[in-house]
Design a protein around this ligand. Structure first.
Ligand code: COA
Length: 269
């Protein structure tokens, strides 16, 4: 499908989705969120896609938040709707995707931008990245999962501090806090092949793609279960673990070990 606000590129099993509104620092308006919903559905259904990378266009921003210009005049009901639809279409959607999603945080990740990065399964940031939840400075609170996912990633105290101060932290601090998995030097040119951030994401993706897609999907479901209210994560792990024994990937993975060869999980694709 053709997108107005996204760029899509495929390389060796990796689909890179670039949010492409650089003149608005890739702010998430409703049209972009709807397109991301569609792009995630397409990636999920396409077996040639093994890992997703989500990033922002331009050298300045990953995503500078929800589009403030769009919601500034919303009523209470419209505000609730905006939040609920966003959770469903994008943030929960990313978190529950059946294949790993890496956020390549190439600059400002603020408000909905940080919330999007936190919905992804892994985060890699460039050294110039700045992250924060500025919503209280606008008279609102994070509404795309930030109050929950930030506390899970960095702990309640640090999450409270970031939300209360509405301040930004730099990439090295985010690494120290566990908010991002890796920090890499900032890209020097526009050419993606010389972009250390995308290169690091591709390196992680290559390591992931050696492993079983069905097991990766099960791992995503099991880990997520531990953070879902009212769900017994350990019980979910038991179920998912057991179900793996009925998959072709399990036959291939264990068979390859016995035969002292590398497993090839492409057969099931
Ligand atoms: N929503 C809508 N538009 C946004 C935006 C957002 N979240 N963030 C940036 N933009 C727009 C600006 O309005 C500006 O557009 P304009 O040229 O049409 O006026 C353009 O992107 C460039 O941003 P600008 O503010 O001029 O860049 P800067 O370098 O001076 O500042 C930031 C960069 C990120 C510090 C600043 O844009 C900012 O504070 N953005 C809002 C962050 C925020 O509060 N996000 C949470 C939203 S809930």
């Amino acid at each position: 499908m053709a997108y107005q606000n996204l760029l899509i590129a495929d390389t060796d099993g990796i689909r890179t989705i670039t949010i492409n509104r650089p003149d608005q620092l890739n702010a998430l308006n409703r049209a972009t969120i709807a397109e991301l919903d569609q792009a995630l559905n397409e990636a999920e259904a396409d077996k040639s896609v093994r890992v997703l990378i989500i990033t922002g266009s331009g050298a300045k921003a990953f995503v500078a938040g929800a589009d403030i210009k769009e919601f500034a005049h919303f009523s209470v009901e419209e505000g609730k709707m905006l939040s609920a639809e966003g959770h469903k279409q994008l943030f929960d959607h990313v978190e529950r995707l059946n294949k790993p999603v890496i956020a390549a945080v190439n600059g400002f990740a603020l408000g909905g931008g940080l919330e999007l990065a936190m919905s992804c399964h892994l985060r890699v940031a460039s050294a110039n990245a700045k992250m924060g939840l500025p919503e209280t400075g606008l008279g609102v609170i994070p509404g795309y999962g930030g109050t929950q996912r930030l506390a899970r990633l960095v702990g309640k105290g640090k999450a409270m501090e970031m939300i209360f101060t509405a301040g930004m932290i730099k990439a090295d601090e985010a690494l120290q806090w566990g908010l991002v998995n890796h920090v890499v030097p900032q890209a020097e040119g526009p050419d993606a092949s010389g972009n250390p951030l995308l290169a690091k994401c591709a390196e992680i993706a290559a390591a992931i793609m050696k492993n079983s897609p069905t097991a990766l999907a099960a791992a995503i479901r099991a880990v997520n279960a531990g953070f879902a209210p009212g769900v017994n994560g350990m019980q979910r792990e038991i179920e998912e673990f057991g179900n793996c024994f009925g998959t072709a990937d399990f036959v291939e993975g264990t068979g390859a070990f016995m035969e002292k060869r590398k497993a090839d999980f492409t057969g099931a694709l």
